[in-house]
Design a binder for this molecule. Sequence first.
Ligand SMILES: Nc1ncnc2c1ncn2[C@@H]1O[C@H](COP(=O)(O)OP(=O)(O)O)[C@@H](O)[C@H]1O
Ligand SMILES: [Mg+2]
Length: 249
Amino acid sequence: MSGLVVDAVSVEYVRRGASITALDEVSLTVAEGEIVALVGESGSGKSTLARAVAGLVETAAGTILFDGVAIPTRGRKPVAMVFQDPLGSLDPRLTVAAAITEILRVHRLRPRAGERARTAELLELVGLPPEVAGVRPRYLSGGQQQRVAIARALASEPRILLLDEALSALDASVRAQMLRLIMELRSRLGIGALFIGHDLALVRQLADRVAVLQLGRLVEVSSAEEFFLSPQHPYSRELLAAVPVLRRT
Ligand SMILES: Nc1ncnc2c1ncn2[C@@H]1O[C@H](COP(=O)(O)OP(=O)(O)O)[C@@H](O)[C@H]1O
Ligand SMILES: [Mg+2]
């Protein structure tokens, strides 16, 4: 199958000598151009799944393929992560242009002469004005910082974005703008996304499918329509019941 295929992946962490199963034989796909939301309580393993896909944690079992090929642990990957805290993932000493250029150079994606134009193109893609290139991230708003983090993720030309609570720290109005950005990136680039978040109203607007994790197990994968209209698993119904605005469905 093309796109991202996670097949029976388990991840175990060892803490104080004891091993805990953070993911237990999780299988999930994300096609190019598809947005799959991953929901579940804190500690259910959402970040672990994204990190396993990005090759940041070792898997104890299972396979993770993109277009039928294992995702390399080093070098350029077909997936790119965006985290909740943009400042934490950006070097405070680097201007926005330098942060993006770093990625272009590491992966040899553009000759030096093409770096400026590519940086401008990436900023335009994420809806930032070209002047932002010369600024250090801390002088930008939270929403702008997250746009920079997304531009930096896009610099490596991934086919799937892994958005780990990437919108969770933003105000509702900024979050709505970012939601439009993600939809726009999908239509312009044909990029897919694994979207982790707990704002189910946002998930409803954004996702094609919803995957529900409970204590490391995937208990439901449904189309968004199905998930919000007739969730299959009791735990899904619990999650939905906790969100008053969605209760009418
Ligand atoms: N680096 C780690 N070392 C040990 N345990 C971890 C580590 N990261 C996460 N865990 C544990 O794995 C489980 C899943 O965590 P996580 O993937 O962060 O969940 P979520 O993102 O859904 O909140 C939790 O029980 C968490 O405490
Ligand atoms: Mg998490």
